[in-house]
Design a protein around this ligand. Sequence first.
Ligand SMILES: Nc1ncnc2c1ncn2[C@@H]1O[C@H](COP(=O)(O)OP(=O)(O)O)[C@@H](O)[C@H]1O
Ligand SMILES: [Mg+2]
Length: 282
Amino acid sequence: MLQNTISDGVLHVADPEPAPPPPLIRLRGLTKSFGPNTVLNNVSFDIPEGRTTAIIGPSGTGKSVMLKHIVGLIRPDAGEVLCFGTDMARAPEPALYAARRRMGMLFQDGALFDSFTVGENVAFPLVHHAPQMSEDERRAKVNEKLALVGLPGTYERATASLSGGQRKRVGLARAIIMEPEIVLFDEPNSGLDPITSDAIDQLICDMKQALGVTFVVITHDIVGTVRVADYIAMLYRGDLIAWGPTAEVLRAEHPVLRAFLQRNLILPPAGGSGDARLPAVQ
Ligand SMILES: Nc1ncnc2c1ncn2[C@@H]1O[C@H](COP(=O)(O)OP(=O)(O)O)[C@@H](O)[C@H]1O
Ligand SMILES: [Mg+2]
């Protein structure tokens, strides 16, 4: 019988897979404050290879800050993030860049250049990291990725003319242009209508199948999470409160987790009784 455990206040949900995949990213005791504001408090968990892990939690709980630690853009006050075994806060620059090259990142705001064409945006990492590549080769690669994300033939299109969903797709094409092993996606559904949002979730599932990449998806949209995630890590006010396979986490009895799910309208209250309201986030 699988047993869930609680250690240091974190609910570790047992993994029913007989041989869970090995971790590609390990967070150990990750702690970060900005002035008096402790944003991440001793967070430890593993991100398994070849699966999609969702980092969920209300706004302002440290999800984006965690992602920036994973790519080495922010240094922790304590603890470490190991990506492919590389300590992202302490590795020398060549090792840090080598690890980063194995990751594709989509920032929350898309971070596309409006003055570029769609193709130029997608080509941007290639221009920097593979300057030896010929213009023809580069175009071919960009066109291939644009087709993969459902935007074939848009190389010359003005980025400023894209819809929100198309911008997410272009961001995804750019994130996979270097053929990374991990794609980190901050708020794939933010600012999208439900139908476009569903299409992006489907795209994430298709990409995982087609490319075999590990996805880390940061979201406060629990409905999308359930659709895409194999594993869930829930953050609340800087604390990791639950981690494990999606189906098991959704069933787990944890008052804050239940309140979050209930508030996001996917599950009834725990035990059918308590009014476990999620306290307001400051
Ligand atoms: N560079 C920064 N300097 C100071 N405070 C920051 C910085 N980045 C994030 N924060 C604060 O950290 C907290 C968590 O932010 P964030 O990780 O963006 O939340 P979310 O879970 O919504 O992604 C917020 O209170 C935010 O104001
Ligand atoms: Mg965020």
